[in-house]
Design a protein around this ligand. Structure first.
Ligand code: ZN
Length: 101
């Protein structure tokens, strides 16, 4: 997983294509990330005693990492992330401008 919590990303495919957001949560098992306010779907909730009123709510669904790209903080463009070794630690860098991300 090349993405990190807090990364600024842009959606590159699907109905929210072109929209930007910040990664709030990463789901390693399914290779998806949660972008608050994006990839919204309506969910119908059944009325339950003592919990909520029921009805239709908007929820953000996790989006596949295949459909997002990181926005480089330096060149401000959607980019692919490269990895390189700096001593013994792996660093992420922008393939467009070479800046560390
Ligand atoms: Zn860059």
């Amino acid at each position: 997983m090349k993405f990190k919590k807090g990364d600024s990303v842009v959606i590159t495919a699907g109905k929210d294509k072109g929209k930007k957001g910040k990664i709030e949560k990463i789901f390693l098992k399914s290779s998806t990330v949660l972008l608050p306010g994006l990839n919204i779907y309506k969910r119908h909730i059944k009325k339950k005693e003592g919990t909520h009123k029921g009805g239709i709510i908007d929820i953000s669904r996790p989006i596949s990492v295949a459909n997002i790209a990181v926005i480089c903080p330096k060149c401000d463009k959607p980019t692919r992330i490269g990895m390189k070794l700096d001593g013994s630690t792996k660093k992420r860098y922008c393939r467009k401008c070479d800046a560390l991300i």
